[in-house]
Design a binder for this molecule. Structure first.
Ligand SMILES: C[S@@+](CC[C@H](N)C(=O)[O-])C[C@H]1O[C@@H](n2cnc3c(N)ncnc32)[C@H](O)[C@@H]1O
Length: 317
């Protein structure tokens, strides 16, 4: 039987592994990789630093920002530089800075999506504090609070199993929004209405045989090591299906899309597949390198990730 265990440990907590991979990373802090083929840009930059964000954008305005910052919740009992838990005031101050930087590069009609969490063991921070902080940004209007259902949860014995992942949606100006559908067939008939003298049910009247995602997404598989799109060594990879859904509904081909917390490069890869141009970066050079390699690997093999295999074969021997 072949060995299907993941070939990399969590990159943010294994220092020996980090030290082996760092020399393989082509970018250092402040540097940007430019993609000659589709016009994407990938950097090692800090989301909270105004000059860094201006550097990646080069005065271009983006139609869509999809940001997935650290949630201020400790993941797997480890507090690391990548996924930290800080004092809440500091966390909100950090968030305010990167939101200001995002707003600054957003087009006059544009969309902003933010993935966030609510720590049920700590007064539901930082979600509620973040939402209140957002009210200070008068140009950003709240539009939706989406919940994506995870398959794996925690706290099943003495509490409701926690399976939610929150996604905040704001707009600037009056951007276009494209209605899209899931793959879930409509099964319920009803909601009768007379149209041109004929009694019709909702299925006859609708534009699709499938339901719309609405603001509760139950049809997206969480990434795990057996899926092709899996990037080993990571802990917070978002599913391509979720990011593609956001991009398809909230941007058009050739638009610029930004992501300040690239990690596995899911936004970059989705942009490549959907013909948008991605401006993305991560503070950690390892993740910027993985982001670039994921795109290169996709172009060479057509594969969206490495499943359980090693994206850094140089360190295999
Ligand atoms: C939750 S992960 C993002 C997951 C990503 N959406 C994906 O699908 O792979 C957060 C990322 O933010 C990065 N990060 C933390 N602080 C940052 C900062 N100040 N600027 C840019 N990136 C930062 C971490 O290194 C980590 O890769």
């Amino acid at each position: 039987m072949s060995d299907t265990s993941e070939k990399l440990k969590r990159l943010d907590i294994d220092n020996d592994l980090r030290n082996k991979i760092l020399p393989l990373c082509r970018l250092k802090y402040g540097q940007i990789w430019e993609d000659k083929m589709s016009g994407h840009r990938v950097g090692v930059l800090d989301a909270s630093v105004e000059d860094d964000v201006l550097k990646i954008s080069q005065n271009k305005k983006v139609r869509l920002v999809i940001n997935d910052p650290p949630y201020n919740v400790v993941v797997g009992n480890r507090n690391t530089e990548n996924l930290f838990k800080k004092n809440l005031i500091e966390y909100i101050d950090f968030s305010r800075k990167w939101i200001k930087n995002a707003e600054n590069i957003m087009d006059k009609d544009s969309h902003l999506y933010i993935w966030l969490g609510a720590d049920q063991n700590d007064g539901f921070q930082p979600l509620c504090d973040f939402m209140i902080m957002m009210r200070d940004f008068k140009t950003l209007k709240s539009r939706s609070l989406i919940t994506m259902r995870n398959q794996r949860g925690y706290g099943t014995q003495k509490n409701w199993m926690a399976v939610r992942q929150e996604l905040l949606y704001y707009i600037k100006g009056n951007p276009d929004f494209k209605v899209i559908y899931t793959d879930i067939p409509k099964v319920l008939k009803g909601y009768y209405k007379t149209i041109n003298g004929k009694m019709t049910d909702n299925l006859e009247r609708s534009r699709s045989d499938c339901i719309r995602p609405g603001n509760v997404w139950i049809d997206i598989q969480q990434v795990f090591y057996r899926m092709e799109e899996n990037v080993p060594g990571l802990y917070a990879q978002k599913p391509l299906k979720a990011i593609k859904r956001i991009i398809e509904s909230s941007s058009r081909e050739t638009d610029y899309v930004a992501d300040f917390f690239s990690h596995s490069g899911t936004t970059l890869l989705s942009c490549e597949i959907l013909k948008r141009k991605c401006l993305t970066f991560d503070l950690d050079p390892l993740f910027a390198e993985l982001t670039i390699r994921r795109l290169e690997n996709y172009r060479q093999t057509g594969k969206t990730g490495w499943q359980w295999n090693n994206p850094f074969p140089e360190i295999d021997s």
